[in-house]
Write a protein that binds this ligand. Structure first.
Ligand code: 5GP
Length: 194
């Protein structure tokens, strides 16, 4: 997605060979015009998948997840990273190790919001080692529902998450795929736009 790649090139900050900071449009301040386009692009790529629900994780997945859900005309649910006082009964949970924070969280979703006949599109901001994505898939599986695919805003293809999800047979659509962050520069994986 060219608009997203341009935004990454002009505003992204390479913090290390592993980590990209995009807090001016995705992780802190949010660019609503870009988010609308991201939602449209996810909807286009998953339009034939009969999606009934979008599942994402707080907090940075919510903006792209909401826009995708709006375009697909389905509800969006976000997994919580911390225990909520009001979210206590009938929880679906998974353990996720955070790549950027180097801490392990139990993520949870109320079982009320995912049904066994749901076809779920999992959305997240970044895909690195795939821990967050796999945790969300585990929650969908616990509900007896089906993962229809993963929609990722920025995939770092030099980390293992994308490959391991695709090897498991999942459809993974990433709007920007980064092949390297070496020498302080963002390099994109060359691919044909479809
Ligand atoms: P994974 O679970 O795939 O290892 O990492 C994905 C999660 O870690 C995402 O939800 C995202 O919040 C965070 N993350 C991973 N890599 C980066 C990165 O380079 N930059 C930012 N801002 N977040 C990242």
């Amino acid at each position: 997605m060219d608009l997203l790649k341009q935004k990454i090139q002009s505003e992204g900050k390479v913090l290390s060979n592993q980590v990209l900071k995009v807090d001016s449009f995705l992780n802190h301040q949010i660019d609503p015009v870009l988010m609308v386009e991201i939602g449209k692009e996810f909807a286009r790529r998953f339009q034939s998948e009969r999606i009934t629900k979008v599942l994402t994780i707080e907090s940075s997945g919510i903006a792209p997840g909401l826009m995708a859900a709006l375009e697909l005309q389905v509800p969006v649910v976000f997994a919580r990273k911390r225990k909520s006082l009001t979210l206590v009964n009938d929880l679906l949970t998974a353990t996720v190790h955070s790549f950027t924070k180097n801490e392990t969280n139990e993520i949870s979703v109320s079982s009320k919001f995912i049904a066994s006949d749901d076809r779920v599109l999992v959305i997240d901001d970044f895909l690195a080692n795939g821990q967050a994505a796999l945790g969300l898939a585990e929650i969908v599986n616990q509900a007896g529902a089906e993962v229809a695919g993963f929609g990722i805003v920025i995939e770092k293809s030099f980390q293992e998450g994308g490959q391991s999800l695709r090897e498991k047979g999942y459809k993974v659509e990433s709007l920007a795929r980064i092949s390297s962050l070496e020498n302080g520069e963002v390099a994109f994986l060359e691919e044909l736009e479809v």
